[in-house]
Design a protein around this ligand. Structure first.
Ligand SMILES: Nc1nc2c(c(=O)[nH]1)N[C@H]1C(S)=C(S)[C@@H](COP(=O)(O)OP(=O)(O)OC[C@H]3O[C@@H](n4cnc5c(=O)[nH]c(N)nc54)[C@H](O)[C@@H]3O)O[C@H]1N2
Ligand SMILES: Nc1nc2c(c(=O)[nH]1)N[C@H]1C(S)=C(S)[C@@H](COP(=O)(O)OP(=O)(O)OC[C@H]3O[C@@H](n4cnc5c(=O)[nH]c(N)nc54)[C@H](O)[C@@H]3O)O[C@H]1N2
Ligand SMILES: [Mo]
Length: 772
């Protein structure tokens, strides 16, 4: 077991700098002001606020921000500060059209930040890169598709990757995956490969489900929630409502997070007029344990040591046992091996690796032992680690001990990212052939599709570096910016023969065109999508595996825009040989026909999809683990026997820190709305590094000092990775853990530093040194 070293001794500290903090609760008036500021800045146009009232409601459109569920009985305003920002951002009146591109070379644009590029506004026309002038020039749709189809046919399909970012609806996504496979590859990574792939692989390995096992109503019946590595105040604010209700019922929330994230500290409900004016905010947690970066495996081991002890105490006293022995006996595998490891793990190594005191972990163990129903919730703080899969395994171990899986009020709930990232996987955007409906492709369309697995994001990027990758199509996203190791990847990106971007706004990746390159502008979800049979609905799947219809009613930002579905159909038609059973034109004309194909391809989950998706709350596509059916190799839920105590891939050494890269409250991934991180009390700059006051002093630094960070790979490669110009900000963090922003710090993550099982890049726990 790889233990981690303690860091250096405390120096005699003079005065510690005061850590920054936001003095108000999450939600409250601050969130209302956050919305109005964006609206002003973006000039979202008349009627934009009315449009918001339809957000996440039956008969309306579904927010394009996070993947939190859309309840059957929505609030009058079923949107949050950040969902409102995302919509108003989409509905801007600013435009990025041919005149703009005529004024700027791509080299000029490439020097701008993503913030500046997106500020230009919505893309309005299809654009082709002209290498002679180094400019994007206006082109027609027919011309673009013909040229892209011709180029794709010149390339070896296996050298082309089709990426998807997680927003496009199920209809476009199903056809995109079908197009890729008919064309001849399974290179279908999506943003999930940088996000929750650790869940798709790691959770699947232990409970047989690649997605969460909970339903919204489970939050109404749980007595304890173990909440690890997710920042709800910023990244899924609507979850704060059911969490607050749970707390008011007496449910105890135990948080594991290096940062004291405001949404898990206190919350004022912006939908509650009394609380907004005279009431007190709700205190959200029972315990807040500031685990060090990567410390969750050890922390959960500590909790489980106490749970086992409590079980032994109960047995000795002849009381009801803490372990659900009937469940363990009937449904699980591997407990004895895990218990051996647990017994052999000392409290001192647990304290050292987690950064949390034994007494606190024992108190958390008592919360678990005293609760009847427990839910585990987690996000990127678990998944984006080299041993992220094992951390998920540990959380599942904890849940399995008490039989907290597959019954009311219990289960495991990963919080997904992009609004349809889970759904894109469900309908076939996956590099893993076993997960694609290949038999149905054969049956429905008479096509044979490639058998070998395709590229993950990391595989594709390795191909970009070694030159074997030739073509890239992006259904949304800003991939070159969202990925690790910028200094290794960016110089090679422009050697790609073909880059095609289906997008709403200009971003950095578009400014790194391949030898032939196109930007294809598309509609956003709140806009009308008129096709032959009228305005089209699309559908999406949320974190709870519910599927909903979504319909836009706004006038499109430009008459030249096409929907994502139409773009996929027309690009496919221009690329693959005609086949009377593959009806791109017909499908484009009526998306209900695509949903029929989805229903035929996945009959158990998607039968009668066209009818069921419009019922309030959507429809649940089911999850075997929710019914205690385990689709694992053994047919049982698996206890994980961990091989490490810390999720970081490179351990401690003198002067080495572990860096966490995060989202601010004013961004959606690489889309930067502004430079404030209100809920953390930070504003003005994103080029910062948060550091504990004690570390600042011990390392001879001072608040406001500008430093560089350099990756410390412990000699695993000799590529120099660094980011300069970072201001030191005192922050309440465990010693040895640093925090800063994604994507500014992505250059520090080595491409090979990823989850062992799923290849999800480890954007947390990055080993770095401070260069003053
Ligand atoms: N407004 C807004 N909403 C979003 C997004 C956005 O950018 N803006 N992005 C969307 C996407 S794609 C995703 S995937 C989700 C992401 O939502 P989150 O999962 O919340 O992602 P992060 O912002 O990366 O925050 C990770 C959290 O984990 C904590 N953490 C870091 N390292 C560790 C660790 O080792 N252990 C533990 N226990 N905690 C740790 C961090 O302090 C932070 O609170 O949000 C989605 N929603
Ligand atoms: N260091 C570090 N790196 C990370 C992370 C981290 O926490 N730390 N998080 C990772 C995670 S969880 C994720 S999900 C990825 C995100 O990676 P991506 O999904 O690739 O990035 P986004 O920033 O979400 O993509 C923004 C772009 O999408 C386009 N877009 C916006 N809306 C639409 C739409 O409706 N349709 C289409 N077609 N295009 C649209 C716009 O052109 C916009 O510029 O980043 C990953 N990278
Ligand atoms: Mo994500």
């Amino acid at each position: 077991m790889a233990d981690q070293e303690n860091r250096g001794p405390d120096a005699e500290a003079p005065t510690l700098p005061e850590p920054r903090e936001y003095e108000h609760a999450a939600g409250g008036w601050g969130s209302v002001q956050g919305i109005s500021r964006i609206e002003l800045a973006e000039m979202a146009g008349p009627g934009a606020l009315d449009t918001l009232k339809e957000q996440n409601k039956p008969g309306g459109y579904m927010c394009s921000s996070c993947a939190w569920t859309k309840p059957p009985n929505p609030h009058p305003f079923e949107f949050c500060e950040n969902g409102a920002k995302a919509t108003l951002w989409d509905l801007t009146t600013r435009r990025c059209g041919p005149e703009f591109f005529a004024r700027h070379t791509v080299s000029e644009l490439a020097a701008r930040s993503d913030y500046e590029l997106e500020q230009v506004g919505r893309l309005t026309h299809p654009m082709r890169y002209d290498a002679a002038t180094d400019k994007y020039v206006e082109t027609g749709w027919d011309e673009a598709f013909a040229a892209i189809g011709a180029k794709l046919n010149e390339l070896d399909p296996k050298s082309v990757t089709f990426y998807a970012s997680g927003k496009a609806g199920l209809e476009a996504s199903y056809l995109y995956a079908l197009f890729a496979r008919i064309y001849g590859h399974n290179n279908l990574p999506d943003s999930s490969n940088m996000c929750h792939e650790t869940t798709s692989v790691g959770l699947k390995k232990v409970v047989g489900s690649p997605v969460g096992t909970c339903q919204l109503e489970d939050l109404e019946h749980c007595d304890a929630i173990f909440y690890l590595g997710q920042n709800p105040g910023t990244n899924s604010p609507r979850i704060l409502h059911p969490l607050k209700d749970a707390v008011k019922r007496g449910c105890k929330i135990v948080v594991f997070n290096p940062l004291r994230e405001k949404g898990l500290v206190e919350f004022t409900d912006p939908q509650n007029p009394i609380q907004m004016t005279v009431g007190k905010p709700t205190k959200m947690n029972h315990m807040y344990l500031q685990v060090r970066s990567g410390g969750d495996i050890a922390a959960l081991m500590g909790v489980m040591k106490r749970v086992i002890e409590r079980d032994e105490m109960a047995q000795a006293a002849g009381e009801k046992r803490v372990l659900d022995t009937a469940f363990i006996e009937q449904h699980t595998n591997g407990l004895p091996a895990f218990l051996d490891t647990l017994k052999g793990t000392s409290w001192s190594s647990i304290e050292k690796n987690s950064g949390i005191a034994r007494t606190d972990l024992e108190a958390a163990g008592d919360v678990y032992a005293d609760a009847k129903n427990v839910i585990g919730i987690y996000g990127m703080g678990l998944t984006q680690h080299v041993h992220g899969s094992q951390a998920i395994g540990m959380l599942v171990n904890l849940l399995l001990l008490g039989g907290n899986m597959g019954r009311k009020g219990a289960g495991c709930s990963p919080i997904r990212g992009h609004s349809n990232v889970q759904g894109q996987r469900t309908v076939g955007i996956t590099e893993k052939t076993a997960l694609a409906p290949v038999d149905k492709y054969r049956e429905l369309f008479g096509v044979e599709t490639p058998e070998e697995d395709g590229n993950t994001t990391v595989d594709f990027l390795e191909g970009v570096i070694d030159g074997s990758a030739k073509g890239f199509v992006g259904l949304g996203g800003n991939l070159a910016k969202a990925v690790p190791d910028h200094a290794r990847i960016h110089p090679c990106w422009r050697d790609l023969e073909l880059t095609v971007h289906i997008a709403t706004r200009l971003n950095k990746t578009h400014c790194m065109p391949g030898k032939e390159s196109w930007i294809l502008p598309c509609l956003v979800r709140a806009e009308k999508d008129m096709q032959e049979s009228g305005n089209q609905q699309v559908s999406i799947e949320d974190s709870f595996s519910h599927i909903y219809g979504s319909i836009g009613k706004r006038e499109p930002a430009s008459e030249h825009l096409l929907s994502e579905t139409a773009i996929v159909c027309r690009m496919a038609k221009a690329t693959v040989p005609a086949n009377p059973r593959v009806k791109w034109d017909e499908w484009q004309g009526d998306y209900a026909k695509i949903r029929n194909l989805i229903a035929q391809s996945f009959p158990q989950e998607f039968h009668d999809m066209n009818v069921r998706m419009d019922q309030p709350g959507g429809f649940y596509r089911g999850n075997p683990a929710h019914e205690r059916i385990w689709k694992t190799d053994s047919g049982r839920a698996e206890f994980t026997d961990p091989s490490v105590l810390n999720s970081c891939g490179i351990g401690d050494a003198d002067g080495r820190f572990h860096l966490v890269t995060l989202r601010s409250n004013d961004q959606f991934n690489t889309t930067i709305y502004g430079h404030s991180d209100r809920l953390r009390g930070l504003k003005g700059s994103r080029m910062i590094v948060m550091m504990s006051p004690q570390d600042i002093v011990n390392h001879g630094l001072r608040e406001g000092q500008v430093i560089s960070l350099a990756t410390d790979t412990d000699g695993r490669d000799d590529f120099h990775r660094s980011v300069a110009g970072l201001e030191v900000v005192p922050y309440d963090l465990p010693r040895g853990t640093l925090a800063g922003y994604f994507p500014e710090l992505n250059a520090l993550v080595p491409l090979w530093y990823h989850d062992r099982l799923s290849k999800t890049p480890a954007s947390k726990g990055i080993p770095v040194r401070v260069l003053a």
